[in-house]
Design a protein around this ligand. Sequence first.
Ligand code: GDP
Length: 452
Amino acid sequence: MTIAAIATPLAVGGISIIRISGERAIEIADRVFQAQSGIPLAQKAGYTAAFGQIMQDGKSLDTSVATVFRAPKSYTGEDVVELSCHGGVMITREVLRVVLEQGAVLAEPGEFTKRAFLNGKLNLTQAEAVVDLIQAGNRQAMNAARAQMGNALYQKIERIRMDLLAIAGHLGAWVDYPEEEIPEVDQGRLLDSLRQSMRELSRLIRSFDTGKLVREGIETVIAGKPNVGKSTLMNLLAGCRRSIVTDIAGTTRDVVEETVSLGEWTLRLADTAGIRDTADQVEQAGVELARARLEQAQLILAVFDSSQPLSEEDRELIRTVSGKPVIAVVNKSDLPAQIEWEELEQAFPSLLVISARQEESLSGLEEKIGQVIQSEKLDLSAGMIATERQRSCAETVMENLREAAEGLEAGITLDAVTVSIDSAIHALLELTGGNVTEEVVNQVFSHFCVGK
Ligand code: GDP
């Protein structure tokens, strides 16, 4: 089946591209496109282009450049023609309609990339990285997606799979020759090898959570009693005065949301009412919301006023956030200090002294965030688990390997251990797409947009 779709955003722009892929791509393109040279596209080599007209009912609809790709040297691995035309919504839709009238079928979401996968142009983790690359909203996310397209995860997974195949080979030999003496040392080595694979895998699984923070942003809560400078900090982060800053305690009642880029990080910020008990009902609702958000936060900026001694409210905040991913932001460093430093230093492993009125404060914060969410342990180019699907496969592998290791240690029959390892290998193949059901493939590509 030959498919077609608009590959560019359906909006006003310089150029729009209609992509056609499949056995009849060139033939269909020849029916709608008339080259100025008079030479049909069927006579053109791959990677060549022709200038001409898109024809509708014998009349020119638009001028266009047709680019020809010949199988297997194209994105999908099939014959592909890309028609570039003027970038208007109406004109683009009309060109697509003419192409469909000539026998192409409208592509499903992600169908071009799906065909690329089915034709062996890329593996499943690379295909998934295509979505991440398109959607990357910050540099870290983009770099992670690029590493993934460069096969960083695939290579890690393949190495684990090769190790497991070697273990399975050894076990197979034992099972086949049960009467032979099994050297103790070998069994130890197999266990080591198994544990090595498990360590690598668990690192990859952990990378999923950090990767998610990188892609989707860090859910951040700014907490602290009234007047410590939360709004000022928020405004400094946002680069604009978004929420009300005031000297009267208790005026930040609603949760104001903001997404800000702080160097490499994207923070999803909520500036919340101070945590304290109050008789004011409207404010009470805000306080409860603030508590709920503290529970879910991936990062808490606990703000204190260094020009005042710690109050009971401050101490309650310290107790509430203890053990959570928190940075103590000790604000108003431009004023004479009154705060109990020792108490704060004991309570918080990560402490930052700033004046929220000064822009220079931000670079220190960026560094602390990296420490708190342990970015130093995250090497994005080293390959990471990027999707829920991949994570679930990796968990299955982990489960199987745990069974195998326990089995080996307990000296259960080697057949059973072999079964666990075979299951692990199978799940690894599912992760990379080497062995997946059609249902899984369809699920993966349903996240794509039409035309990709
Ligand atoms: P919030 O109630 O925690 O949101 O506190 P605000 O951001 O509204 O700040 C309360 C007051 O402290 C305002 O008058 C701010 O201008 C002031 N303030 C905030 N940060 C600093 C700072 O670093 N130094 C000084 N001197 N004042 C600050």
